[in-house]
Design a protein around this ligand. Structure first.
Ligand code: THU
Length: 160
């Protein structure tokens, strides 16, 4: 019997202002998107912004539903819109931020499992990783250089 081990690496930025300028701008777009979240059930607003290869930014927010599982996370709202609007175009970076209406979120909020799987589909289809920057409302920003850092041993089309 042998063991397989996975390891992950994240870069830690002390705050949004430490980010490179274009990523700071992308995070600001995610903040604007976050404020447009429809989250009356969780009061947890999430915004996501994706920088496309042509420089355009596609953003989205979580959209909840009275039938709870019918709601969609911010990351999937944004990435499915990006895939629909710019099929075949690669994605250069993804920024995510979350804010709760009941307390200040000071630590980074990572994408949920379903969003990781959705992001991986697009990353597998392009030749480069999609760096993911994520934060709460304030505080540190974590960067994963690829979805593989957050979702090792991905199930993808090569498994079919
Ligand atoms: N949510 C996101 O938008 N992204 C995530 O990765 C985690 C969770 C949303 C879903 C739901 O509307 C609210 O946050 C609380 O779970």
């Amino acid at each position: 019997m042998e063991k397989i081990k996975f390891s992950a690496e994240l870069d830690v930025f002390e705050s949004k202002s430490e980010l490179p300028d274009h990523i700071q701008a992308l995070m600001n777009d995610a903040i604007v998107a976050r404020e447009k979240a429809y989250a009356p059930y969780s009061n947890f607003k999430v915004g996501a912004a994706i920088l496309m290869e042509n420089g355009e930014v596609v953003s989205g927010s979580n959209q909840e539903n009275a039938a709870y599982p019918s709601g969609v996370c911010a990351e999937r709202t944004a990435i499915f819109y990006a895939g629909s609007k710019f099929p075949e175009m690669s994605m250069k970076a993804l920024a995510v931020t979350a804010k709760s209406l009941s307390k200040e979120i000071t630590s980074p909020i990572p994408p949920c499992g379903a969003c990781r799987q959705a992001i991986s589909e697009y990353e597998v289809n392009q030749s480069t990783g999609i760096p993911i920057y994520f934060m709460g409302e304030t505080g540190k920003v974590y960067k994963a250089k690829s979805i593989k850092e957050l979702l090792p041993f991905i199930f993808d089309k090569l498994n079919l």
